[in-house]
Design a protein around this ligand. Structure first.
Ligand SMILES: Cc1cc2nc3c(=O)[nH]c(=O)nc-3n(C[C@H](O)[C@H](O)[C@H](O)COP(=O)(O)O)c2cc1C
Length: 228
């Protein structure tokens, strides 16, 4: 009979405190993204940095599988308050050129603090926009529908990573720029929940490091009834 859960002993890690005094830990790089079993993967999952990504990207079948898994998210009322827009190949290159035009047309003030982003789109073989499209519903509030879209996003990130691709969830100005929204063909009430960059880690780049993770006990209380 397979083991129901892995050894709960802590994995190799370093304990660290952030500059603002928050306690946490970083897993040793050697244990990151352990795809041996589902719980080990969830425990060690780590995003990639788009700056270290390049080809190859997923095949058409692999992309289909990622989106199938992404769509298998908890969804109150089965409202499907999201959709995907896939950019790859010539379409991705053309989109990146439009993003370059938008960025170059910005005034110095408007451009302040905004990364060009089109260079990332050019370098990474696959970009998936997850679009949130919550709608009015008598019982299911829109913010609840947005939580569902967040779950879709996390599923997509986890699926791509579990399939040994490098993946990162980003937003940046692309997610809120009206010119980009028009380019994507967004309708009223739709917005970008995430821009997913998916590719492979370029050879010769340094191995991924973990980032500080919170100790769950620092964020958890066990409720007890108030004293009578
Ligand atoms: C909604 C959302 C938007 C994000 N946007 C950006 C972004 O624009 N730029 C960035 O560098 N990281 C962004 N991040 C963080 C990256 O996804 C980062 O890789 C992630 O926090 C790494 O954590 P992980 O290893 O636990 O996945 C965003 C994360 C989320 C959830």
């Amino acid at each position: 009979m397979p083991m129901k859960s892995p050894d709960p002993a802590p994995l190799p890690h370093t304990t660290i405190t952030s500059r603002s005094g928050r306690r946490g830990f970083e897993l040793h790089p050697s244990v990151l993204n352990d795809t041996g079993d589902i719980l080990s993967f969830l425990r060690t999952r780590r995003s990639a940095d788009v700056a270290r990504m390049g080809p190859p990207g997923p095949t058409a079948e692999e992309l289909g599988l990622m989106l199938e898994i992404a769509a298998r998210a908890p969804d109150h009322g089965k409202l499907e308050p999201w959709r995907f827009i896939v950019l790859q190949g010539a379409g991705r290159e053309a989109f990146a050129e439009h993003v370059r035009d938008v960025w170059e047309a910005m005034s110095g003030d408007e451009r302040q603090g905004k990364k060009p982003l089109f260079d990332m789109m050019q370098a990474v073989p696959l970009v998936v926009f997850v679009i949130a499209r919550p709608r009015a519903h008598p019982k299911i509030h829109q913010w609840e529908q947005l939580l569902c879209v967040g779950a879709v996003c996390q599923n997509l990130l986890a699926a791509a990573t579990a399939m040994d691709y490098a993946a990162q969830w980003r937003t940046g100005w692309l997610a809120t720029d009206e010119r980009v929204a028009r380019l994507l063909g967004l309708e009223d009430g739709e917005s970008v929940a995430g821009v997913f960059y998916i590719g492979s880690i370029m050879p010769g780049t340094p191995p991924p490091q973990d980032r500080r993770r919170p100790f769950w006990r620092d964020l958890t209380t066990f409720w007890e009834p108030p004293a009578a």
